[in-house]
Design a protein around this ligand. Structure first.
Ligand SMILES: *Cc1c(COP(=O)(O)O)cnc(C)c1O
Length: 369
């Protein structure tokens, strides 16, 4: 049996939506862009959505719209996808890492204040693996120290914290639409915000710095080509129409894993948080302390040999070669992140993963352990 790590869930609805755009002359900057934006904003419960070419581009434009740059420090987590820290380096701002909580894998809010200096201007918190960060505490800290708060909600579309949707915390949030995310546009991303200024600047900067209604060769500020085509937007609209069904399918897959793995003493399973609703992005289990990184890597190897797609989400950002070179980070700097990342296993996770496939994965994992 061959089971991939992840995969998109594309139906006739999506295929028809894309074909329909191809029959019009509006392949980019057409009507599907504002339609997708309106629907995303409604879904996240925010005033504005600005669709861009990736989640990374969304983060970059949030950082630029807030004017973060040289000499600024921004607090964030080393246990994330690289983009949540790279977006600062693009603007020469310094990511200042704070270690994670050992159970939620989200930034440890009790360790933030000791890292705040007179250069700190913002916090980027990530809803890791679709589990909401501690937004109450983050909001309090940001307010007390007069910091911007940015939500990297690229993994948490549809998640909720105290009945409020992911993406709506802080000055701005963002979603990503690569094919392994909850919904996909192939490539794509979006900034979600209630802030008129951030929305206006992000719209201009994704389109080469043009202001609204300005001529094609009229550039008000430094911009980029971070546009998303109407073909991608149509795909996104169709996926978003199915979001409830998609999230329910993912929840069902996760609950099957939870049930079938619950008696395995060598594994720590994903946690639930009271007052939060997780939106399942990946299904990640954690080996207990008696396993080393080498043991974990050999387990990944054996799973792959059995045809099972798997991964070591995440490899710590501070230990990536160019972060070591730029900032001098070393092993031991963020022990909880390192301990966690040495022992995690992301198992195959996608909407249409069948019970039979899950049984095969669980029995292979049991045999290997
Ligand atoms: C997926 C993801 C992004 C953005 O990814 P793109 O590939 O640029 O769309 C950003 N942050 C996190 C935490 C992510 O998981």
């Amino acid at each position: 049996m061959e089971i991939p790590l992840s995969g998109p869930d594309i139906t006739d609805l999506e295929i028809q939506a894309v074909l329909n755009v191809l029959k019009t002359p509006y392949l980019s900057l057409g009507p599907k862009l504002p339609e997708f934006e309106k629907k995303i904003a409604e879904y996240a419960g925010v005033k504005h959505a600005v669709v861009v070419s990736s989640g990374t581009a969304a983060l970059h434009l949030i950082v630029r719209s807030l004017g973060l740059g040289k000499a600024d420090e921004v607090i964030t987590t080393p246990f994330s996808f690289i983009a949540s820290a790279n977006c600062l380096i693009y603007e020469k701002a310094k990511p200042v890492f704070v270690d994670i909580h050992p159970d939620t894998y989200n930034i440890n809010v009790t360790k933030i204040e000791e890292k705040i200096t007179d250069k700190t201007r913002a916090i980027i918190a990530v809803d890791v693996f679709g589990l909401m960060a501690d937004w109450d505490a983050l909001g309090r800290i940001a307010e007390k120290h007069d910091l911007f708060l940015i939500e990297d909600s690229c993994e948490s579309l549809g998640a909720e914290y105290q009945a409020r949707k992911a993406g709506s915390f802080g000055q701005a949030g963002c979603f990503a639409f690569y094919p392994n995310k909850q919904i996909t546009t192939g490539e794509g991303g979006v900034i979600v915000t209630d802030d008129d200024q951030i929305a206006r600047l992000a719209k201009s900067m994704r389109n080469q710095g043009r202001d609204e209604n300005a001529g094609w060769l009229q550039h008000q500020r430094l911009g980029y080509n971070y546009r998303l085509s109407d073909i991608n937007c149509a795909l996104g609209i169709a996926q978003l129409k199915r979001i409830d069904e998609i999230l329910a399918k993912r929840d069902k897959v996760a609950q099957m894993y939870n049930e079938k793995l619950k008696n395995m003493k060598d594994l720590k399973l994903p946690v639930d948080l009271p007052g939060s609703k997780r939106s399942w992005f990946v299904y990640v289990v954690h080996l207990t302390e008696k396993y080393s990184k080498m043991d974990r890597d050999s387990i990944l190897d054996k799973l792959r040999k059995a045809g099972i797609g798997c991964s070591d989400y995440f490899s710590p950002i501070h230990l990536q070669p160019f972060y070591i070179e730029l900032f001098g980070y070393k092993k031991g700097d963020f022990p909880v992140t390192e301990f966690t990342s040495e022992r995690t296993i992301a198992l195959p996770f996608f909407n249409n993963l069948s019970e039979k496939q899950i049984d095969y994965i669980v029995s292979a994992l049991k045999k290997i352990l």
